[in-house]
Design a protein around this ligand. Structure first.
Ligand code: NAD
Length: 484
């Protein structure tokens, strides 16, 4: 199949925090892959800007190591690697001081697209935005990319939005949620709105419930201090799971353009009911074998932060009244596996004498570790022996359907960075969406604090606390097994 990579126009991408972990693991290797794919040409520049005392040559060495570590296959192509490294520049910049700003002014060009990636902690956003303005680097066509965490609660998110809005318009701001950059997540929109088949059934009349699971096998690792302040609710549910929920539940936008899509997502968040205390379960993983437990890992023996959260949510609108959404996410679970499962209702009348709830159509959108979409359908078991039913998957795994070249997708970061350069905000969160998500989340967290609730312990490698299983059992439903 012929490659459909469409090259982007030349650009200058300034990565503030260009020597940090995110730049090393995701941004630089991602850009390298896009370079190899022919999506960005030799006229583009990537300018690392950080406090670290490097020069262009040592930054290229840093990037070379990053690419070799995180994109080892591609890095074997010496020509590609050399070509990519030649795009790199470096400026020592102090976000809080004066150092480097005039050098940065000289390093960027006026006749190409320009984007600033704020790959630094949010406490530096104010300083960066202000200095960009002061040094006349905030041109009207410039874009800025900001990373999660976008606020800690509604008040801090509003403050961050206001800080950025002082110098940049909403159409210049790209708030990254990398879950939206996943191929399958976009395919969800194609499946919903590009086919006649699903949309007529996409409501509470035909859908029994929807499950969203983002399960991680790892613990908090080196991010203990941050995570103890954040927890699963703020770190994962308020943003990633909420974004997935929006795409699943939104009304068809009139057009596939950024504001039309984001308007519909916002309506979903605003239609979410308050969550009753009984509809949320929090958990915290215990020590196992040679692995430390959560409290030990975050260095806080009294921590009441959750490493797991599960909940039942309701969307009060005509489409979804009566269809619960079950969401769960956590660390140190059985496997790393993320999926959305749309569980359809039983056929209204069974002519095959089968038990209720046994044969159901389930549309599964798998996000991790492998992406793919599967539709479970019920058919006759082949062969003699009468009409025995069996469920089989209609697998829409892209690699098989489209051939290996098409299936070599850009990863989420690469795709989103290219969208920034193209000026397409569809897959980025708008400020009002982020605030609405916090407005819904804040009272849930406040409720835990008021009631002095501690998370329930759960065994590492399990599916979370038993109470999370009960959350569905009491509705006569069950979670799907967490498996890769
Ligand atoms: P990091 O601590 O590894 O790197 C921070 C970078 O900021 C370094 O390059 C450092 O030199 C630079 N910096 C710090 N103070 C500076 C100053 N005064 N002036 C100029 N540069 C300064 O952080 P990270 O893990 O790369 O994360 C960056 C941001 O991305 C954070 O907001 C983080 O929450 C977010 N994020 C990171 C990841 C990840 O996987 N690392 C994932 C999602 C979001």
């Amino acid at each position: 199949m012929v490659s459909r990579v469409i090259p982007v126009d030349p650009f200058d991408l300034v990565i503030f925090g260009g020597t940090g972990d995110l730049a090393r693991r995701k941004i630089l290797p991602g850009l390298f892959r896009r370079f190899c794919a022919g999506q960005m040409g030799a006229e583009s520049r990537i300018i690392g800007a950080a406090r670290t005392d490097l020069n262009t040559q040592s930054y290229r060495d840093f990037a070379k190591d990053a690419v070799r570590e995180f994109e080892p296959g591609g890095a074997k192509n010496a020509k590609h690697l050399k070509g990519f490294l030649e795009l790199l520049d470096y400026v020592v910049v102090d976000a809080k001081g004066t150092q480097g700003w005039s050098d940065l002014t000289k390093a960027v060009r006026d006749d190409v697209i320009r984007a600033y990636y704020f790959s630094v902690g949010p406490s530096l956003f104010d300083d960066l935005a202000e200095r960009l303005h002061k040094h006349k680097l905030d041109c009207p066509g410039c874009r800025i990319v900001v990373e999660k965490p976008f606020g800690h609660d509604l008040a801090s998110a509003q403050e961050l939005n206001q800080i950025i809005a002082k110098y940049f318009d909403e159409h210049q701001i790209y708030r990254i949620d990398h879950y939206l950059g996943k191929e399958t997540v976009q395919n969800l929109m194609a499946i919903r709105f590009g086919n006649m088949l699903f949309e007529p059934l996409w409501n509470s009349q035909y859908i029994d419930h929807i499950q969203l699971t983002v399960a991680e096998e790892v613990g908090v690792g080196g991010r203990g201090e941050y995570y103890d302040r954040s927890g699963a609710m703020r770190d994962m549910l308020q943003n990633h799971l909420m974004q997935l929920l929006c795409l699943i539940a939104m009304e068809p936008p009139a057009k596939f353009n950024p504001d039309a899509v984001r308007d519909e997502k916002l309506k979903v968040i605003r239609a979410l009911d308050e969550v009753a205390p009984d509809d949320v379960v929090r958990g915290q993983y215990e020590a196992a074998h040679d692995q430390a437990g959560f409290r030990e890992q975050v260095g806080n023996p009294d921590s009441t932060t959750e490493s797991f959260v599960a909940m039942r949510a309701h969307i009060s609108n005509w489409r979804w009244a009566g269809t619960p959404f079950y969401l769960r996410t956590g660390k140190r679970l059985r496997e790393r596996a993320s999926e959305i499962a749309v569980v359809f209702k039983d056929a209204p009348h069974s002519i095959f004498d089968v038990e209720a709830g046994v044969h159901r159509n389930i549309l599964t959108i798998k996000l991790q570790p492998n992406e793919g979409i599967e539709l479970g359908v019920t058919i006759k078991e082949p062969g003699p022996g009468g009409m025995r039913l069996v469920d089989v998957p209609l697998d829409m795994t892209f690699a098989e359907a489209l051939g290996p070249e098409e299936a070599d997708f850009p990863d989420a970061y690469e795709r989103l960075i290219m969208d920034v350069i193209r000026g397409n905000q569809t897959l980025f969160m708008r400020g009002d969406e982020v605030e609405a998500a916090w407005a819904w989340t804040d009272p849930i967290i406040a409720g835990w604090q008021e009631r002095g609730e501690a998370p329930l312990p759960y065994a590492s490698g399990s599916s979370g606390p038993d109470d999370a299983l009960m959350l569905m059992h009491r509705d006569g439903r069950r979670w799907r097994e967490i498996k890769a």
